[in-house]
Design a protein around this ligand. Structure first.
Ligand SMILES: NC(=O)c1ccc[n+]([C@@H]2O[C@H](COP(=O)([O-])OP(=O)(O)OC[C@H]3O[C@@H](n4cnc5c(N)ncnc54)[C@H](OP(=O)(O)O)[C@@H]3O)[C@@H](O)[C@H]2O)c1
Length: 338
């Protein structure tokens, strides 16, 4: 991280995304004294390990008492709105992981590898896209640049930690219950996630039948690629996996290509890791890593080289949330130093 090192607030530091953000900031060498952690009354006062030291989580109501160059918002949409108001006059750059501002045309929705050019020295609020959207577009971006993309049919296999720390706890609890032959009422998901698979729990749009997660993938992809007519057909599914989402993507290309050329284009993108042919790629392989993993590249034999099928795995807590936010912060710092 360039000098002078920024002062950074992490709001929601006790949650899955917030904890990951703190870990990444530590990996990036942000000094302990430059970092302040915030949470609600539930976590305020708790101490979080940071290198050899510890940092106490402060109550979020006190966030305006200090100046922060950046605030990484790792809580829900209501908290994002509150913090925006609280820090209105503080010249802090807010990077929000919630859905609060993703469709606000005045707020850039950014995946740095794709549209980091939207960030300017005067940007003060940036929305981090939905995790399923980030991984899908990051995997396909090298193909879009070289060949053009006019449609995506996606099926997702989403880890329970996408629903936060409580989702993870529910998987452990429900798996134990089902294994023991017991029935315990789920609280995070509408049905038991133990040894089970079900459509994404976000509410269905009564008109389209799309779940909230599916609608986000459609709208956010169009916004990030600045392609309002892009045809995106997602089916989002929860699976009993702890961490890292998987996706099966059928990508419709403008220009014909081959499996070899697709693999070469993906291999040239530093944020993509192409999995060796013949080896099984699973979410566990991607968990804890920065890259979007792509395996099993195939062509639709009836498409004249214009439809490619990909199997993608990505740590949705990392590249799908915390890492993307830190990368936005780094891009902002670079823009400011130019
Ligand atoms: N999990 C993922 O894979 C993922 C991926 C992409 C985006 N996101 C988004 O990232 C955000 C965080 O998700 P998460 O999965 O980390 O959730 P989580 O594990 O449930 O954590 C939520 C965090 O928000 C904090 N919080 C709740 N109410 C608060 C308040 N009133 N004031 C201050 N802090 C408050 C909690 O702190 P306390 O314990 O102190 O209440 C906790 O640290 C959400 O908007 C989510 O949609 C998540």
């Amino acid at each position: 991280m360039p000098e002078p090192r920024p002062t950074v607030a992490v709001v929601g530091a006790s949650g899955i995304v917030g904890r990951e953000a703190v870990q990444i900031l530590e990996e990036r060498g942000v000094p302990r004294e430059n970092l302040r952690l915030y949470g609600s009354t539930r976590s305020a006062g708790r101490r979080v390990r940071y290198g050899e030291a510890e940092i106490e989580i402060r109550h979020v109501d006190t966030i305006g008492n200090d100046h922060h160059d950046f605030a990484l918002l790792c809580a829900d949409a209501d908290v994002a709105h509150t913090i925006r108001t609280a820090l209105h006059d503080m010249d802090t750059v807010l990077i929000d992981n919630s859905s609060a501002y993703r469709m606000d045309p005045s707020v850039p929705l950014v995946v740095p590898e794709i549209n980091g050019n939207l960030l300017t020295t005067t940007t003060r609020l940036i929305a981090n896209p939905n995790c399923s959207t980030i991984m899908m577009l990051a995997a396909i971006e090298p193909l879009r640049r070289a060949l053009g993309v006019n449609g995506i049919t996606a099926t997702t296999y989403q880890a329970v930690s996408g629903a936060g720390a409580a989702g993870l706890e529910e998987l452990i609890d429900q798996t134990a219950a089902v294994t023991a032959g017991e029935s315990r009422t789920p609280t995070v998901f509408p049905v038991s996630c133990g040894w089970n698979v079900f459509e994404h729990e976000s509410a269905r749009d009564p008109e389209t039948g799309f779940s909230g997660e599916e609608s986000k993938m459609v709208a956010e992809s169009r916004r990030i690629w600045n392609d309002p007519g892009l045809n995106v057909l997602p089916t989002c599914v929860r699976v009993p996996v702890e961490r890292a989402h998987a996706q099966s993507l059928n990508v419709d290309l403008d220009e014909p290509t081959t499996v070899g050329d697709v693999r070469a284009l993906l291999e040239d993108a530093p944020w993509v890791r192409v999995w060796p042919e013949g080896r099984l790629l699973t979410p566990r392989d991607a968990a804890g890593h920065d890259e979007v993993f792509v395996g099993r590249v195939r062509m639709d034999p009836a498409s004249d080289g214009r439809r490619v099928l990909l199997w993608v795995c990505c740590d949705q807590v990392r590249k799908g949330a915390a890492l993307n936010a830190v990368q936005i912060m780094e891009e902002m710092l670079e823009t400011a130093s130019c």
